[in-house]
Structures are given as C-alpha cells and as structure tokens.
Write a protein that binds this ligand. Sequence first.
Ligand SMILES: [Zn+2]
Length: 145
Amino acid sequence: MSDDALQKAFAAVSEASDDSKQLELMRTIITTQVIAQAMQPQQPALPARQEFDSKKWLTIGTLGVAGGLVASLFAVAVAIGWAGGYAVLCAVKSFAPCRKCRGLGQVERFGKPRTCPRCHGRRLRLRLGRRAHNYWRRTHQAGTR
Ligand SMILES: [Zn+2]
C-alpha cells in the first residue's frame, strides 16, 4: 500500500508542476531507451550473425560452383577443340610417321640396319583415329549391306 501512496504522491507532484512532469517523461523515455539498447544487442545479434555466416558461405559456394563451372566448360572446350583437331588430322593426314623407326623405315638392331618390323619399311603408320574410323565404317558397311 505504501507504493501506491508513493505513486499517487508522485502523480500529484507531477501534475502540480510541468517541469517535474517533463522530467518524469524524460526519465521514462531514457529508461525505455536504455532497456531497448540493453535488449537490442542480445536479441538481433544471433540472427544477424547467422545471416552474415550464411551469406559468406553462400558467396563461397557460389564462387566455387562458378569456378568449377568455368573450369569444366574450359576443359570441355579444350577437349572438343582437341577432338576436332585430331579428327581433321585423321581425315586430312591419316598417315603419320612410324613411331618405332621415326619414319625411317629401318631400325638398327645389333649394329645392323634392318627393315622396321612395325611398318615393314613403309615408314608410315595409320593414325589410331583413322584406324578406328575405318573399323567403324567397315562394320557399318557390313551391317547395311
Ligand atoms: Zn617403322
């Protein structure tokens, strides 16, 4: 009951003079601001930190995915380019110098020059791609005959 009486007295004093009323208003405003400031860093701090972390990881993940995509695209482009170049090479220059005799048609064995056993002196070998193409074509022709 004493608190009630005190509040009543306070109210009476506040009503009595405008200055004290404003002071009370200021005090309540200040206290609410202090409470709000005390509450603020605790409540939104965790979600804010989580959001920052998720953003960071999202950025890292995006960068990683983008990098991987670019790398794989580059690898695919290089593979296509190489395959295309090899296909053209097989079509235009289907023969390459023999690997065993390096296109000489002869190999040295026991100090004596001998006919290359790989190319039989023809100095050339059919490229693997062309051989595969020929094999496929013959099989295809045999199948469609
Ligand atoms: Zn040879």
